[in-house]
Design a protein around this ligand. Structure first.
Ligand SMILES: [Zn+2]
Length: 75
């Protein structure tokens, strides 16, 4: 939800519009589920995070690191 804060900049000084925007577009606070999984390197949230073997890297970071961790492709 990187967009959320940048919109707040655009709406500064407009109280009613800010309240309305917050009411409908505020990111949902979750205590469990996909919000819990965060990449330990780049702070990506939600989908595409590898928790297998306790990695906790997102797929993009895993691709960079995989060789140094000892993973290799066999096909
Ligand atoms: Zn990452």
């Amino acid at each position: 939800m990187g967009n959320y804060k940048s919109v707040m900049k655009q709406l500064k000084g407009k109280k009613n519009k800010i309240n309305k925007f917050k009411k409908h577009n505020k990111p949902i606070k979750r205590d469990y589920g996909k919000a819990q999984s965060v990449c330990r390197q780049c702070d990506r949230k939600g989908r595409g995070i590898i928790n297998k073997y306790g990695l906790k890297y997102c797929r993009q970071c895993f691709k960079e690191i995989a060789k140094t961790l000892g993973f290799s492709k066999y096909n």
